[in-house]
Design a binder for this molecule. Structure first.
Ligand SMILES: [Zn+2]
Length: 98
C-alpha cells in the first residue's frame, strides 16, 4: 500500500509543480508583449533630430527625411512628393531671366 501512497504523493506534487510553473511562465509570457517597449534605441535616434518640412510644415526626423540642398542649405522633406513640390514652387517664384 505504501507504493500507491507514494505514487499518489508524487503525482500530486508533480501536478502542483506543473501548475506553479505554468502560472509563473504564463504570467511572464503574457507580460512579455508589454515589456518589449524599453528597447527603443532606434526610436530614440529618430526622435532625436526633427526638422520642419518647408513644404507642408510637418516635423520629420532627419534620419527618415528626404534631404535637398539648395544654395548650400539643406532642407528636409517628409516625402519626395513634398520635395518635388517645393522645387516646383521655388522654380515658379524665381523671376524669369528674360
Ligand atoms: Zn511634407
Amino acid at each position: 500500500m505504501t507504493f500507491l501512497l507514494r505514487f499518489l504523493l508524487f503525482v500530486t506534487a508533480f501536478y502542483i509543480l506543473k501548475k506553479l510553473v505554468n502560472y509563473l511562465f504564463g504570467k511572464r509570457a503574457g507580460s512579455s508583449g508589454k515589456h518589449a517597449k524599453p528597447s527603443t534605441g532606434t526610436r530614440k535616434e529618430i526622435s532625436g533630430q526633427t526638422v520642419k518640412d518647408p513644404q507642408c510644415g510637418t516635423y520629420v526626423a532627419t534620419s527618415i527625411a528626404v534631404p535637398l540642398q539648395v544654395k548650400g542649405k539643406t532642407y528636409h522633406f517628409c516625402s519626395t512628393q513634398c520635395r518635388d513640390e517645393y522645387l516646383k514652387d521655388s522654380d515658379q517664384s524665381k523671376p524669369p531671366d528674360t
